[in-house]
Design a protein around this ligand. Structure first.
Ligand code: UDP
Length: 240
């Protein structure tokens, strides 16, 4: 399958272009914080509950809040119906995503409590874990959970020898490598990497270039996350 035609990708994007992104904070009444996010063909909802009492009780930590993250795909979210319920893939994604968010949450402020993050993928088109992390970050802020910064996530793929930002399904599937990143952004600057996974093969130099490409993409997503929060709490008029 030809993925690059005349220097453009199948959907017309340049190599360093993100898919269209839409973010809306505060869409659920019963969650403490929530977010709806679209990243190209990915459509996800994040809901945050807490800090709240831990159930079951024996899981509570006297020194800090525990963080739980559940990534789940709707059975209609993918081409071939997905069996409902957790599978190996979603358990793994839940674990690495929780670890990507933990460093940013000020857990020590809430001993013996839990912060529960649920993300539901309604439609998937590669990069769903990155879309979910971006939504979860906004939902955490919407819930008023004290944070040291914000987590922003995007993947880079290698396709026909080129590094491309934010791969869609065909690029992920037929490409040579897929590298999802998440970054902790504090005071408008990328401070650290909180998630880095890779399948496929890259040279060391390509990995360095992929990181730079991902960082540029993440800064753009970060601005949209910020706008979504501002829109919810300050009103549309302040956003330039
Ligand atoms: N996918 C699918 N069925 C599944 C799991 C994944 O069709 O059971 C598709 C879906 O579009 C997903 C993509 O494969 O976004 C890539 O999946 P991957 O495991 O790389 O995670 P993601 O890129 O979504 O974070």
């Amino acid at each position: 399958m030809e993925l690059i035609v005349d220097g453009r990708r199948l959907d017309g994007r340049g190599f360093d272009e993100l898919r269209p992104i839409k973010i809306e904070a505060g869409i659920l009444n019963r969650a403490d914080g929530s977010c709806y996010l679209e990243m190209g063909g990915n459509k996800v909802v994040a809901a945050v509950y807490g800090p709240r009492e831990v159930h079951p009780k024996h899981l509570e930590d006297p020194s800090k809040a525990i963080i739980r993250y559940r990534y789940s795909m709707a059975s209609f979210s993918v081409e071939e119906r997905k069996r409902p319920g957790p599978d190996r893939r979603s358990i793994e994604i839940s674990k690495v995503s929780r670890e990507a968010l933990e460093p940013v949450i000020m857990k020590e402020l809430f001993p013996r409590s839990s912060i529960d993050i649920f993300v539901e993928v309604l439609q998937a088109d590669a990069g769903s874990r990155t879309a979910c992390l971006n939504a979860a970050s906004v939902a955490l802020i919407d819930a008023g959970v004290p944070m040291k910064g914000i987590v922003t996530s995007v993947a880079v793929a290698k396709v026909e020898g080129f590094l491309v930002l934010d791969p869609m399904k065909d690029e992920d599937y037929y490409g040579e490598a897929d590298v999802p990143f998440a970054f902790l952004i504090r005071n408008g600057k990328i401070e650290s990497i909180t998630l880095l996974q890779m399948d496929g093969r890259l040279t060391v130099d390509e990995l360095k270039s992929a990181l730079e490409l991902a960082k540029r993409g993440a800064m753009k997503i970060y601005k949209l996350q910020r706008d979504a929060i501002l829109k919810r709490y300050v009103g549309e008029e302040v956003i330039e």
